[in-house]
Design a protein around this ligand. Structure first.
Ligand SMILES: *Cc1c(COP(=O)(O)O)cnc(C)c1O
Length: 373
């Protein structure tokens, strides 16, 4: 590839931060950089939350669902349009996913649909153990009504904000929602630790328990004493140092991704390409520029555009394939009208890395327009 979908974008400060981690004597496991990284994320989120740095976003979701009490036989209600790492932990815990469609006006989990099914499930006494909406492509879900709905039914809410660090929902930062939120610092995300994640929660006791479970559930004793099953999920201090430097440029990265999105939209919407909406009062990070290539409006189709770009060494990808259409989740219950499947059919993520140059973006735009000419 010459132009990637979303590559790690270093600020220049990371190597010094890693050197500082070495100098501190704390290469692993914990150390001052880990504490500072958690503090930097908490400060960005606006306080009132506890942050636990972990080895991946998937690990953070696994812990959050376990803390929510999810276990064998339980249901977890979840956006179908998401990445597999945002669903697999449901199965790690022996629970079953029930998938929900998106709201076509927002491209995040449909609240009316969720509310209808929650009310129905409550009447039957069959509520889920947790609800997991996804902040898709950097757009926060509408937190207040979701939180109110889950609180009304006494159901845990875990928000998958893996793609949305830096986004806002009104006056709140994405990543502050629900009982817990999950962040990812994977290499393709808006900022990275090379690989990592974070559990964010307003419950101090959830944070303490997450730290305990993430470090092999070691009880307080001079020897190794274990009363429950734990995990080796803590982020290393060296990776946290990378994240610390990256947090310093988060605002700039969001601004750049938003500028890339706006430039694509200005250049390509006159040609009939439709772009992901941004809900009123929200600020999306536009982690990836997501658009739809409707054959009736553009005279071409998603695959023709994707393959034309690929032949020039430009990476573009279809939107997420909904989880209820994945072989691994065949037969799982699904509620919706298939808006997510329609997005998968004609949706494309354009190269959106914050290190992309304007000349590179101009080339992508020109090649997309050439397919439609
Ligand atoms: C990236 C991502 C994850 C998983 O994060 P990892 O750090 O890669 O484990 C989970 N959910 C969504 C929506 C993601 O985009």
């Amino acid at each position: 590839m010459r132009i990637w979908l979303s590559r790690p974008h270093m600020s220049g400060g990371e190597e010094a931060a890693v050197a500082a981690a070495f100098a501190s004597g704390f290469v692993a496991p914990a150390g001052p950089q880990l504490d500072a990284f958690e503090g930097a994320v908490a400060a960005h989120l606006g306080g009132g939350v506890h942050c636990v740095a972990l080895s991946s976003g998937t690990a953070a979701l696994h812990l959050a669902l376990r803390l929510a009490g999810v276990g064998p036989g339980d249901e977890v209600w979840i956006s179908s349009m998401t990445f597999a790492g945002g669903v697999f932990p449901v199965r790690y815990l022996g629970a079953s996913p029930r998938f929900f469609d998106l709201d076509p006006a927002r491209w995040t989990l449909s609240l009316p649909l969720l509310e209808e099914e929650m009310d129905r499930a409550a009447r039957r006494g069959r509520l889920p153990k947790a609800v997991v909406p996804t902040d898709l492509y950097g757009a926060s879900v509408d937190l207040p009504p979701l939180e109110a709905l889950c609180a009304r039914h006494g159901v845990a809410l875990v928000v998958d904000s893996a793609e949305a660090l830096g986004a806002r929902c009104g006056d709140r930062a994405a990543g502050t929602g629900g009982d817990a939120a999950v962040l990812s610092f994977n290499g393709n995300k808006i900022v990275t630790t090379s690989g990592g994640g974070m559990l964010v929660t307003r419950h101090a006791e959830w944070a303490a328990r997450a730290r305990f479970l993430a470090t092999q559930a070691r009880e307080a004793a001079p020897h190794y004493e274990h009363e429950t099953i734990g995990y080796n999920y803590r982020l290393s201090n060296v990776c946290a140092a990378i994240g610390l430097a990256q947090m310093g440029v988060l605002g700039a990265r969001v601004a750049r991704r938003r500028a890339i999105f706006a430039r694509y939209r200005d250049a390509l919407s006159p040609a009939g390409i439709a772009f992901m909406p941004e809900a009123p009062g929200h600020l999306s990070t536009r982690w990836l520029t997501a658009c739809r290539i409707d054959p009736a409006r553009t005279g071409t189709d998603r695959e023709a555009v994707r393959l034309a770009l690929l032949s020039e060494g430009i990476e573009a990808r279809p939107l997420w394939k909904p989880m209820h259409l994945q072989p691994v989740f065949a037969g799982a219950p699904y509620h919706g009208a298939g808006f997510d499947a329609a997005l998968f059919a004609d949706g494309l993520c354009l190269p959106s890395g914050s290190d992309m140059t304007e000349a590179e973006q101009d080339e992508v735009i020109a090649r997309v327009l050439a397919v439609m000419a």
